[in-house]
Design a protein around this ligand. Sequence first.
Ligand SMILES: [Zn+2]
Length: 424
Amino acid sequence: MEHDLIVEGLAATPSGVEPLQIGITDGKIAELKRSGLKAGRRLRDERCVIFPGFIDVHVHLREPGWEHKEDFLTGTMAAVHGGVTTLFDMPNNPEPADSREALARKAELSKGKVADVMFFGGVRRDRLSAIPSIKELVVGYKIFMSQTTGSAPFPLSKLREALEVIGSTSKPASVHAEDQSVIDAASSEVKASSAPDRYADARPPEAEVGAVRELLSVLTRCSADVRVNVCHVSTSSALNLIRGARRSGANVVCEATLHHLFFTRRDMLRSPMLRTNPPLRTDGDRRALLEGLAGGSVDFLVSDHAPHTREEKLSSGAAGVPGLDNYGNIVSWLIKKRGLSPSTVSMVTSANQARFFRLHDRGSITVGARADLAVLDLDSPETASADSVRSKCGWSPYEGKRFPGRVKWTVSAGRVVYEDGVAG
Ligand SMILES: [Zn+2]
């Protein structure tokens, strides 16, 4: 048979890298062979490695309500620029995504874009009984243990009950674990006039470590079986706690962000734009996260794409950085400079996500799967710049950084949605 499209070259699978022809028909992977496939169109470049399309489980696309920062069109264009074909949008909009109406609206607004958008449901402390009512509309639930953009802290006293109700839906919970009382006490000691990297002391490691400890302790007391993802782990101590809990059988996984893997708090001295929650940490913490990613104790590579305009960053010190545009660049850096194998990368960018969030139609290069692919040229250095950013915020924390490689093609449900500098 003649396929719509063939993507051909070295393909990354959990067991290694192998030469493959991927025959795509009607948006799905229809046939896999070493040679002999026919198609109307063929993508092939000997230098490239083909990955399952990246699944980014932590993204803030800001629509509806903050369209001056980002919307579903620009956010998904940024995603495919970075090789991301599926992304999970967070609920902390001005109108929180915690009701059927709000989620239906988001689903409508995000339809037909170049990447597939799924949603986390918000959890309101005063309406835990509403959690099951949105379960078919969400991929999981998000709980903020501390204050964040557009969201108040979730009280510890209600955490166990919330997790048990979430467990009853069979969907997982992603938890932002920082302790607001520790942050409040530390912030009062850090003066506004302090050096920029002192922001890391205003949200100290203990805020994360304490909250993760509380979360894991609550998890062991839960009567329902609930799967928990600890968002953007930033410290080696918190990672060790999660590792320990897992060894004792807890159903917990964790994610690391592009920026916590790439930068340290020292970089904040150079750029006031690098303020994030949790903040950038020491080089020791960064190395622990990199080792965790290589060794299997960090499950997901995420952008925590949190676009704000330059003006908002500089005038009000808004926390969060964009990252979707550079996801593929960071993957090239992990492989070429940090020694991660392509098969490990395929685990932390798609296979683990598909398994944990039970997306049975994607996350690997197999016959019958959605034809979502990220084709990376690992030997075509690229210097990140504001000009190449598709995100509406128009800037990147990596501006001026030279990466060993870049995304060459992104295929989403069989469509070539990004090609050598052209998204859409
Ligand atoms: Zn976030």
